[in-house]
Write a protein that binds this ligand. Structure first.
Ligand SMILES: Nc1ncnc2c1ncn2[C@@H]1O[C@H](COP(=O)(O)OP(=O)(O)O)[C@@H](O)[C@H]1O
Ligand SMILES: [Mg+2]
Length: 278
């Protein structure tokens, strides 16, 4: 058996757009390849519209690639319902919007119970409950019993994102695709959520694709950075190298430009403060 890896091989996604009588093709993702290893984080950075979410959606099998493959532990992964279900027990996603990703009618326990049961059908009711409470403790939603009975509207954005992380871990996932997981959260709580993800990653030896347009956290939380520009990876390498010695003009522009000036500066300061305390 080969090493635990999640590999995107030559992924391409074209969207065919129709407007009146004319059609055009948008090349959203052009031949992108990378391999995420267990215990490692790759950051995928790029401005809005560069194709980041399309790559995430293909990795989650929510979108069918125009061409290319997704391999898990070196094996090609299928597209049948059963294959996808098995695949998703290994590869899970944390979405950008913590308000849209949880069902307002269901308790937090219900959100965790379903993936736990689906992938561990032999657990008893008590064991499922224990597992759900353990997961809530792991994402530091404590007391777990109280959070389990709440509904999403009773939680803050940061707490919801912690539930989303717990839900991603529920089926025993080994790889997490996190698509701008903190960009919709208040700046003051972003680092807490990212630090939590980093802790869980270490504990479970998870492989993570961290999608962001924020280079400061990409550097701090990732081993490797890939820079995406109009569907192409224009630069990639060890995180420090890409940030300290960018080769591509676009990376230099990204480093020079602050997409959210007030936030980015503050987050950078927080990361620095955090680093100084390490
Ligand atoms: N379902 C779709 N149909 C048509 N175009 C799409 C669709 N999804 C994404 N796109 C287009 O593909 C490009 C990449 O989008 P996306 O992957 O969401 O970028 P990012 O996540 O980096 O902001 C954009 O131009 C977007 O408008
Ligand atoms: Mg996106």
């Amino acid at each position: 058996m080969s090493a635990p890896t999640l590999e995107a091989r030559n992924l391409v996604k074209d969207f065919h757009l129709r407007s009146g009588f004319t059609t055009s093709t948008l090349h959203a993702v052009k031949d992108v390849s990378f391999t995420i290893e267990a215990g490692k984080t790759i950051a995928l950075v790029g401005e809005s519209g560069s194709g980041k979410s399309t790559i995430a959606r293909m990795l989650m099998k929510l979108e069918t690639p125009t061409s290319g493959q997704i391999l898990l532990d070196g094996q090609e992964t299928g597209t049948s319902g059963r294959a996808v279900e098995g695949y998703r027990s290994q590869v899970q996603m944390v979405f950008q919007d913590p308000f849209a990703s949880l069902n307002p009618y269901h308790t937090i326990f219900h959100h965790l119970e379903r993936p736990i049961r689906l992938h561990h059908p032999r657990l008893s009711r008590t064991e499922v409950r224990e597992r759900a409470l353990e997961l809530l403790e792991r994402v530091r939603l404590s007391p777990a019993e109280s959070f389990a009975e709440r509904r999403p509207h009773e939680l803050s954005g940061g707490q919801r994102q912690r539930v989303a992380i717990a839900r991603a871990l529920a089926p025993g996932a080994r790889f997490i695709v996190a698509d701008e997981p903190v960009s919709m959260l208040d700046v003051s709580i972003r680092l807490g959520v990212l630090n939590l993800l980093a802790d869980l990653q270490r504990e479970d030896d998870l492989g993570v694709l961290y999608i962001t347009h924020d280079l400061a956290t990409a550097r701090h939380f990732s081993d490797e950075i890939m820079v995406l520009y109009k569907g192409d990876v224009v630069e990639r390498g060890p995180a420090d190298e890409v940030i300290l010695n960018p080769q591509h003009e676009y990376t230099k522009t990204l480093l020079g430009a602050a997409p959210e000036p007030e936030n980015l500066g503050r987050l950078r300061d927080e990361v620095r403060a955090e680093l100084a305390g390490l």
